[in-house]
Design a binder for this molecule. Sequence first.
Ligand SMILES: [Zn+2]
Length: 163
Amino acid sequence: MNFGEFLRSARVKRKITLRELSEITGISFSQLGKIEREEHKPTKENLLKIINSLEIDSEIPLRLLGYGMTTNKKEIIDPLIRYKVLVRDNFKCKVCGKEAPRFAVDVDLIVPKTFGGEVTVENMVGICEECSDGRTKFINEEGLEKEFLYTKYKLRNLLKDTN
Ligand SMILES: [Zn+2]
């Protein structure tokens, strides 16, 4: 199954027309059509709009598209948890050391949800956009696992200083 097929089936299941989805998401009708026909890959921003509008779990679409798993992290992470993590990590990316506000530093799960990781302060780390994207780039399950293990190893060493 590709993302276009996935989107179509999720939309049909919810009895939403392409036109309606266009109105809800603000993405143009023709653009959505192209996405469903696999002529266009949605941008992360549009993907997030689609996921939220159809109230679908983000994991499958992200996997189908090969995007990082935490595209919608802003939606799922409690602001207080995010804040606590950023304070603990001194508003710095724990991978490369870039510091906010000069760089966009956000938080991310150390152990991804797919591997049973939970949204807790302990399982999260301050990470910049670039490192966050880099760590979650994957196409298939194998790629994901490699990337995850690598990051986990890297972060475990870095986190020794903080905990
Ligand atoms: Zn970084």
